[in-house]
Design a protein around this ligand. Structure first.
Ligand SMILES: [Zn+2]
Length: 360
């Protein structure tokens, strides 16, 4: 696609908008959506609601018909301007779209910009405080979207009563841009509701997965790691296909691997919970693949090993310092290259008594 400076296109197109061919599942879904819209439109036309001009309705109907024809002859999802593919997430959101992001009109670009700004504001409003203190636990996270909105999910839910567990979550929705950010807000609402119900962690993940499966369209999924930090230093962790969590200890780094498949893949998925003991001074580091898959100028990925080693050099550091050191190293590694994916990193630290936290 030719590059335009149209800022809406740049903003919406978080770096690597998915340009693969439409899969069979997506085509079936889009066809169903179009046929449903045609039926609805016909019903409205036949009742001839006077408030809606007939020409407008008939115009829409003909747009739907022509989209169905394009599905038949294999030209569906091709930009009428440049003949490149239209972004898949945009087609799923609006099956009538015929122009790629680079070829929107000025008015369309401005409307898109306004929508994105609003979406970004909504999303920022959902983030928890960046520094949380609960018993011995000190938590800090850094959240860095690649575009205006992010498909990364991050939340911290302190207990309703003072001595309960601190609940932490970090996830990554497949895909990027607006569609991914909408799913992120969906995860947020779902876990906020479920966290108060009093389920065990495995049941909570199972329930969240089954709700997510039933409420998203085929092919949408998310990896997630979540857990409960208890006052006695034990942490319960469950992971739905997410990258291994790292425990930064005095004598090196321990890994907590995933024990389940991503949310949204199978409605009947089960999750195994692991219990880990964190000593005073240790930190648990959770992150998304925007960090481990950041590339240098030669296209080589940053990798989990380098993250482990940078983090372990900061054993005992306060969470804000540890997180900043990691993010700084990732940035230095990418050497000013464009951030390709959303990056989120969370540090959950079990503080030694008397440790000073300037930022809390
Ligand atoms: Zn185009």
């Amino acid at each position: 696609m030719p590059n335009s400076d149209g800022s809406a296109a740049r903003l919406a197109q978080s770096p690597e908008t998915d340009k693969r061919e439409m899969s069979d599942i997506d085509e079936t879904y889009i066809r169903e959506q179009l046929e449903k819209r045609r039926e609805e439109l016909k019903a409205v036309v036949s009742t001839s609601a006077p408030a809606i001009p007939a020409a407008y309705l008939l115009g829409l109907l003909s747009d739907v018909d022509s989209a169905l024809h394009r599905l038949e002859d294999g030209t569906y999802g091709i930009c009428t301007e440049c003949h490149d593919t239209v972004e898949k997430d945009r087609l799923l959101a609006d099956p009538l779209v015929q122009l790629c992001l680079d070829h929107l009109t000025n008015d369309e670009q401005r409307a898109l910009e306004r929508d994105l700004e609003l979406a970004a504001r909504v999303q920022r409003g959902l983030l928890p405080q960046t520094d949380i203190q609960h018993g011995d636990w000190r938590v800090h996270y850094q959240y860095k979207p690649a575009g205006m909105v992010s498909g990364d999910y991050c939340d911290l839910i302190p207990p309703a009563s003072g001595d309960g567990d601190l609940f932490f979550l970090l996830g990554d929705v497949a895909g990027k841009g607006v569609a991914a950010s909408l799913l992120m807000t969906h995860l947020h609402a779902m876990f906020r509701s479920l966290a108060g119900v009093g389920l065990t962690l495995d049941k909570l993940l199972e329930t969240a997965n089954s709700v997510f499966c039933r409420s998203t369209i085929a092919g949408q999924y998310a990896t997630l790691v979540c857990g409960r930090a208890r006052q006695d230093g034990e942490i319960e962790i469950g992971s739905a296909g997410h990258l291994a969590a790292l425990i930064i200890g005095r004598n090196g780094v321990r890994q907590v691997d995933s024990t389940g498949v991503p949310l949204g893949m199978f409605a009947t998925s089960r999750y195994t919970i692991q219990n880990v003991r964190m000593e005073l001074g240790e930190s648990l580091v959770l992150y998304t693949d925007g960090i481990s898959e950041a590339v240098n100028a030669s296209g080589v990925e940053y990798g989990a090993a380098r993250l482990s080693s940078v983090a372990s050099e900061r054993y005992g550091a306060v969470p804000r310092e540890l997180a900043a050191a990691c993010m700084k190293d990732v940035q230095a590694y990418s050497n000013g290259g464009k951030q390709r994916d959303d990056q989120t990193l969370m540090v959950i630290h079990r503080a030694k008594p008397g440790q000073i936290f300037l930022d809390n």
